[in-house]
Design a protein around this ligand. Structure first.
Ligand SMILES: NC(=O)C1=CN([C@@H]2O[C@H](COP(=O)(O)OP(=O)(O)OC[C@H]3O[C@@H](n4cnc5c(N)ncnc54)[C@H](OP(=O)(O)O)[C@@H]3O)[C@@H](O)[C@H]2O)C=CC1
Ligand SMILES: CC(C)(CO)C(=O)C(=O)O
Length: 340
């Protein structure tokens, strides 16, 4: 039973610290494998969890196992993988070395390829895919803020891991179509880059129709590519994936009314890719837009906006100066770029 054993978090940053902290708050034993910067902040200030719903709690460092060494997974019943996609293979090696062979491995990452990497690196182990719909930002000093609503969904399994990992304040649901949900989330995550390039809080960006049209156009490219592969993306919200671009193009007042019914989003929400640019880290662009451009290359589809966004994010990564704070017009490809 997972319930009685510690929960390991492999790569505790925004998602890992928030999720791991919620388990610790619920009385579970939690071991966070993290960088010295993250550990130092928690040791100094505790792990503070705040949320769009107004909740605010601090877990003292002594209630957590904090280490840079995967040996802390030695008695784990479950290991939650919360590194960025480029680090999945390396973290899988640490899990293979240290976690018991019957520990359940759950990927809480964006993108669609991480579970395949984990399964290939961890043969014979139970690896489950998951989708985290909510946003967590890390303002610093050991604080992790959940800025949007939604429950985590993971792949259904016989042991009902989703039920075993549900605690007050952090629900997990089981799904029979996690692949569909992952593709649906990929479409949403195409906006991570637009948010990162704009340097605007998500709520402020979503309130402006010009930004929403840009997001809709990029999502439409993504949808066309995904559908060309014969894949049916599933939305994690009540709005079907295929309708989301139409919703985004609606006038401000109608959009706000529909959004208000489906999602809570507070002024602090910003995409994880924005945080990557601000901290001078490599982004997940190759695992998000990169999937769409790869399909387009194979199938001869035109995805000019996705290609332009990839180029702009790579330029921002290379400059190391944080978000470039671009406008809609600066992001939109000009007519001379449209033929790609
Ligand atoms: N933030 C969000 O709102 C959401 C994020 N996601 C997804 O969740 C995943 C995690 O995102 P997020 O939490 O934002 O990412 P973060 O970068 O905040 O957290 C990952 C952490 O893991 C650390 N790390 C990497 N390798 C190791 C290692 N070998 N040992 C110890 N620590 C390691 C990283 O350190 P370093 O940077 O120094 O390498 C970083 O601190 C991504 O796939 C993201 O797309 C999904 C939904 C929402
Ligand atoms: C903001 C959110 C929840 C959706 O784009 C996200 O997945 C991220 O920041 O990576």
């Amino acid at each position: 039973m997972i319930l009685e054993k510690p929960i390991g978090v492999a790569g505790a940053g925004s998602i890992g610290c928030f999720v791991g902290g919620m388990y610790a708050a619920a009385g579970r034993k939690v071991a966070l494998l993290a960088r010295p910067r993250v550990i130092g902040e928690i040791e100094l200030s505790g792990l503070r969890l705040t949320s769009f719903d107004g909740s605010d709690r601090t877990i003292p460092a002594h209630q957590l196992v904090l280490s840079q060494d995967g040996a802390i997974f030695g008695d784990a019943g479950v290991v939650l993988v919360t590194v960025k996609s480029a680090d999945t293979a390396e973290i899988a090696d640490a899990i293979a070395r240290h976690a018991p062979s019957d520990a359940v491995i759950v990927s809480l990452q964006n993108g669609i390829g991480n579970v395949a990497v984990l399964r290939q690196k961890l043969p014979g182990r139970r690896v489950l895919a998951g989708v985290v719909p909510f946003n967590v930002v890390a303002p610093g000093e050991g604080r992790y803020h959940r800025a949007t609503s939604g429950d985590i969904v993971i792949e259904r399994d016989d042991a009902d891991t989703a039920a075993q990992l549900s605690v007050p304040g952090l629900k997990m649901h089981a799904s029979d179509n996690i692949a569909g949900l992952q593709w649906g989330k990929l479409l949403v995550n195409l906006n991570n880059a637009i948010n990162a390039l704009a340097d605007l809080p998500l709520r402020q960006q979503l309130a402006q129709r010009a930004w929403r049209r840009l997001m809709a156009d990029q999502m439409a490219e993504g949808l066309a590519a995904i559908r060309a592969e014969g894949i049916k993306p599933v939305s994690a919200t009540p709005v079907p994936a295929g309708l989301t671009p139409h919703l985004l193009r609606l006038p401000d007042a109608i959009f706000a009314a529909v959004l208000g019914r489906t999602l809570k989003i507070d002024p602090q929400a910003r995409s994880s890719m924005w945080e990557d640019l601000q901290r001078g880290r490599r982004t997940e662009i190759d695992y998000l837009q990169g999937v769409i451009t790869e399909i387009a290359d194979r199938r001869g589809l035109k995805v000019p906006l996705s290609r332009r966004v990839v180029a702009l994010v790579k330029a921002a990564e290379a400059s190391g100066k944080g978000s470039p704070g671009l406008t809609v017009e600066q992001i939109r490809p000009s007519n001379s770029m449209i033929d790609v």
